[in-house]
Design a binder for this molecule. Structure first.
Ligand SMILES: [Zn+2]
Length: 129
């Protein structure tokens, strides 16, 4: 479930409530449906917003973000993230909120921060040649 692409899927109000509960129990900043065993392109965030299959319209200012993940307890990894993102909904998010959205969005595509790390390490190896 965690390492594959989600279907658009269906989600119930109770499942969303469960996701908020799980996120809060683990002091998470966000939680994606596949982390709760639900196959849907949905995630919730600590600031109370629910995202249904969000799409990015614009991403700017690549930087590093140090992140943990409820699915990889006790580990923090530096991953490349965009500081500013604009969603198809027309909403901008910046800094921490932008990072959380990208992190949870990655879960919908079966990507964990450990994959991102492997990718960035690949880029560094590439650029040091
Ligand atoms: Zn995560």
């Amino acid at each position: 479930m965690l390492s594959r692409n989600c279907d658009r899927g269906e989600i119930t109000f109770d499942q969303i409530k469960d996701m908020f509960r799980l996120m809060t129990e683990h002091n998470g900043l966000g939680l994606a449906a596949p982390q709760a065993g639900i196959n849907a392109r949905v995630f919730v965030t600590a600031w109370g917003q629910v995202f249904y299959d969000p799409q990015f319209r614009l991403r700017t200012h690549l930087c590093w973000s140090e992140e943990g993940c409820l699915s990889i307890p006790g580990v923090t990894i530096k991953v490349p993230r965009w500081r500013h993102v604009l969603l198809e909904s027309g909403e901008w998010f910046h800094d921490l909120k932008a990072f959380v959205i990208q992190h949870e969005y990655d879960h919908l595509n079966g990507q964990l921060i450990s994959h991102r790390y492997a990718w960035s390490a690949g880029c560094l190896a590439e650029s040091s040649r």
